[in-house]
Design a protein around this ligand. Structure first.
Ligand code: TYM
Length: 320
């Protein structure tokens, strides 16, 4: 089984990225051949600062390694170290119906939020399909927001197979129900671009401030509260033990505890949960060549696979 996923280097890692993708990806790294990449080509659709792109890409590599990616088990690489992926994206674009892309939620959502529509943003799902298909991927661990992109990938693979004969496997999304959409401090999906993120590797004061600003209803301290509607409770459920979750649920339902107290409990758990990863991150930072070595090794392996698949594709479509 081949497992593949990617993350855009668009800024600091937040807990939505961690529980939606990184943690499941790390859990899968021993289940087959795992390939994880830093989607720097994709980030160009919205980031036009070369220094920031380079720095963010390194930081994502550092954060992913700190969160448990083991380069002995999984391949970590930069998207742009496998430029053949853009060739495959071009080939896929020649069979992609416009309507398929026009229906993409992520594109419509970005337009609605005022992002200017460049062609790269519109054709983003085609590059993402190429990312997945070029490694003959079987399983793609992602958050729910990426589900439609995987469906588009499957549609394009089917279209290619129908047109040129069997070239591609059909990949399956792997979406963990408990963390399919991690809420941000305003209760909407956590996203850097919504400004509602809680970053994992921010300093203590910053994380506390973000947790304390989680939006709640105005229920009085004494009043019973609904845990299922609470962002605090949802986030706490990701990091606390079964007993601790049951205990907080009871405190919610019983009443007598204010949201401020619940937020403090959440902050303490979050801070404690990520402590070993902060420690590992410091160790990696002290090893000057570690990240470059891992990425160079990853690029080599990713290129080996991509080269083989591209030979198959070029042959099938008549480019040789
Ligand atoms: P990106 O960089 O926006 O996010 C990386 C991963 O984090 C997940 N995620 C979340 N999961 C649950 N709750 C949230 N609030 C949350 N926020 C982010 C995302 O679902 C994603 O899995 N297009 C992709 C990157 C990509 C990719 C690929 C992924 C490019 N090519 C090929 C898989 C396969 C993206 O922008 O993810």
């Amino acid at each position: 089984m081949r497992i593949l996923s990617g993350i855009q280097p668009s800024g600091a890692l937040h807990i939505g990225n961690y529980f939606g993708m990184m943690q499941p990806a790390v859990a899968l790294q021993t289940e087959g051949e795992a390939l994880y990449f830093i989607a720097d080509y994709h980030a160009l659709t919205s980031l036009r600062d070369p220094q920031a792109l380079r720095a963010n890409s390194r930081r994502v590599a550092l954060d992913f390694l700190a969160c448990g990616l083991d380069p002995e088990c999984a391949t970590l690489f930069r998207h742009s170290d496998v430029p053949q992926v853009t060739e495959l994206a071009w080939i896929l674009s020649t069979v992609a119906p416009m309507g398929l892309l026009e229906r993409a939620h992520s594109y419509k959502d970005k337009l609605a939020r005022g992002m200017s529509a460049n062609v790269g943003l519109f054709s983003y799902p085609i590059l993402m399909a190429a990312d997945i298909l070029i490694y003959d991927s079987d399983v793609v661990p992602v958050g729910k927001d990426q589900k439609q992109h995987i469906e588009i990938t499957r549609d394009l693979a089917v279209k290619m197979n129908e047109t040129f004969g069997p070239i591609f496997k059909l990949p399956e999304p792997r979406i963990r129900v408990a963390s399919e959409t991690v809420p941000g401090i305003d209760g909407q999906k956590m996203s850097k671009s919504y400004g509602n993120n809680i970053d994992i590797f921010g300093d203590e004061k910053e994380m506390r401030k973000r947790v304390m600003s989680i939006v709640t209803d105005s229920a009085a301290m004494d009043a019973p509260k609904d845990p299922e509607q609470s962002t605090i409770f949802k986030l706490y459920s990701l990091v606390a033990s079964k007993d601790e979750i049951a205990d907080m649920r009871e405190q919610f339902v019983k009443g007598g505890t204010g949201y401020g107290d619940f937020k403090k409990q959440l902050f303490d758990k979050l801070w404690q949960y990520f402590a070993p990863m902060r420690k590992r991150r410091e160790e990696i930072l002290n090893d000057k060549s570690y990240i470059d070595d891992v990425l160079a090794h990853g690029a080599k392996r990713a290129n080996e696979i991509a080269k083989q698949v591209m030979e198959r594709v070029r042959e099938a479509v008549g480019l040789r």
